[in-house]
Design a protein around this ligand. Structure first.
Ligand code: NAP
Length: 295
């Protein structure tokens, strides 16, 4: 079994990008600049945005964090988005989701200039991804592709089963693994809560991507010997032995599934850190006036 070490791979990617930033600035170009908008004071969102901003600093990017209080109206937020759309100093930006209930997430996503949409959530980028055209890929699937590529995991002709069909993970993952590229060229099965006899399908998977958000849902009896297992899940499970009162669990029961796998991502330290690396990669591409579709 080989551990797909997202923590190390993310650091490797960040070191490569830091070098590119130095080369750019040595040639007189400005540093890439990522902005993030955070609305309200949700603890998890603050942590996620904080680690994105820190990663920007590590690679030599400029970063701007715009914090708006939880009472901000949709109109006010859309005005902030428009300011970033037209600010030439900003190469790319994200609006941290989820937004407070009184704001329509989709309306905000659609207000972002697709050329600055480094989260890859704008329908224009999603449509281009489906058509195999250059675009910004959504960060988590892009990070998974990077892990598969850097560990030279064979994907062509394999059966990839994806659990979960969210717009940010499962659905784009199913599109990307089915495209005519590397990583890709899989035969893909996309599963969800209405899927009948899920274990029968997962047992057929050469590559299993698990993104449903239920701690330790996938057990060894659901996995084929030698499968590649990508665990996207992040769930806080109460644990009184921990100082903070919880532990982070993936969607896969790691020890027993790892024993049957050829490659597997740990949680934490697998897909999570790769998501940040992808955002940084997308921002560099935005600064260079490009967009990404590896392969
Ligand atoms: P989500 O929007 O909650 O979607 C969950 C999906 O799982 C839905 O499509 C749902 O089906 C499906 N599902 C639920 N129960 C199921 C079951 N028993 N059998 C089969 N499918 C089932 O989730 P998400 O946003 O994709 O997140 C999934 C997990 O990944 C969460 O733990 C989240 O925290 C984590 N995550 C991690 C990262 C990272 O960077 N590592 C990034 C994003 C998300 P229906 O569509 O039928 O409801």
């Amino acid at each position: 079994m080989t551990l797909l070490d997202g923590k190390q791979t993310s650091l490797d990617i960040q070191a490569e990008i830091a070098e590119k930033v130095e080369q750019l600035t040595a040639k007189g170009f400005k540093r890439p600049h990522l902005a993030a908008i955070l609305v309200g004071n949700d603890g998890a969102s603050q942590t996620y945005v904080g680690s994105k901003v820190k990663a920007c600093e590590r690679v030599g990017f400029e970063s701007t964090l715009i914090t708006l209080d939880g009472e901000t109206t949709e109109e006010q937020l859309l005005a902030e988005v428009e300011k970033l759309n037209t600010n030439d100093e900003i190469d790319g930006f994200i609006v941290q989701l989820p937004l407070p209930k009184h704001i329509d997430d989709q309306k905000v996503i659609e207000a972002v200039n697709p050329l600055k949409d480094v989260d890859g959530f704008h329908p224009s980028n999603v449509g281009k991804m489906a058509l195999n055209l250059p675009c910004f890929l959504p960060a988590t699937p892009y990070g998974i592709l990077q892990l598969l590529e850097r560990y030279k995991v064979e994907t062509s002709g394999k059966h990839c089963v994806v659990i979960g069909r969210s717009h940010i993970v499962g659905s784009p993952m199913s599109i990307l693994m089915g495209r005519n590229a590397y990583p890709g060229n899989c035969t893909v099965t996309l599963t969800h809560s209405r899927t009948k006899d899920l274990p029968a399908l997962t047992r057929e998977a050469d590559i299993l991507v698990v993104a449903l958000g239920r701690a330790e849902f996938v057990t060894a009896d659901m996995v084929k010997e030698g499968a590649v297992v990508i665990d996207v899940g992040i769930t806080r499970v109460p644990d009184e032995t921990k100082k903070r009162g919880y532990r982070i669990a993936g969607d896969v029961l790691f020890d027993e599934v790892a024993a049957k796998s050829s490659f597997i991502t740990p949680v934490p330290g697998g897909v999570g850190p790769m998501t940040i690396a992808s955002l940084i990669m997308n921002t560099l591409l935005a600064a260079e006036g490009k967009s990404a579709l590896n392969g």
